[in-house]
Design a protein around this ligand. Sequence first.
Ligand SMILES: Cc1cc2nc3c(=O)[nH]c(=O)nc-3n(C[C@H](O)[C@H](O)[C@H](O)COP(=O)(O)OP(=O)(O)OC[C@H]3O[C@@H](n4cnc5c(N)ncnc54)[C@H](O)[C@@H]3O)c2cc1C
Length: 196
Amino acid sequence: MKTLQATHIISTIPLDKLAEACRKMVSEECLNMSRKLLFMDMQLAFFVIKSNFNQNENLIIYSFEKHHRWKRLSVRPVRNGLYTLTVEATFKPEDEKPIDIVVKEIENNLILELKLFGREDILTRYNTTVRRAYPVYDIGFENRINSIIQEIQSKRIKIAGRQGLFYYTNSSYAIQTAIDAVEDIFKDITDKTRRD
Ligand SMILES: Cc1cc2nc3c(=O)[nH]c(=O)nc-3n(C[C@H](O)[C@H](O)[C@H](O)COP(=O)(O)OP(=O)(O)OC[C@H]3O[C@@H](n4cnc5c(N)ncnc54)[C@H](O)[C@@H]3O)c2cc1C
């Protein structure tokens, strides 16, 4: 393993991992709080299908059926009767099932139960797992997150991003938090240069 030295760090890694990495600097309480943070993982199944859905429309289906592992499905037209289909299945890390089995189940739900298309209509399949896709919020989490961040964050270490801040919005917000962190660092450097 190689250790790199840095005068400033902007961390977008999950907050609990960062707290663990900073364990020599932070209190036991901070570490305990960060170890209790929960994230949900997500299995994503992608298909390219041919179908006669309405060419111009995006289709989104939410399922609240208990036996469906997936909860959201979105279809987007590509061209000439071709569509991309993305199916999202969120799960707790300890409940993970092999992705091949999950995708097979999803495929059967869509083909045999919802009858959205036939198996022969699938031109391409791909799947992937997104770790820590979503933070899990419980009552009072804001105070705990703020305490953890206050302990870890310093002039040298800035925290940004979705997993870093344990705050889920979109990419624009994640990028903005990184820009804010950079500006904070520049301000510190400029202030220090003026003082020296
Ligand atoms: C399924 C899904 C769909 C989304 N769709 C959209 C969308 O349509 N539009 C939109 O704007 N946003 C969307 N988002 C949100 C968007 O992906 C995030 O807001 C954005 O990726 C956050 O960027 P980030 O850099 O903060 O975090 P990430 O992109 O999650 O980066 C964190 C990085 O930390 C790394 N890491 C983890 N642990 C460690 C460790 N111990 N050491 C070192 N590195 C580590 C990870 O590998 C990862 O690369 C979606 C998110 C998900 C999960």
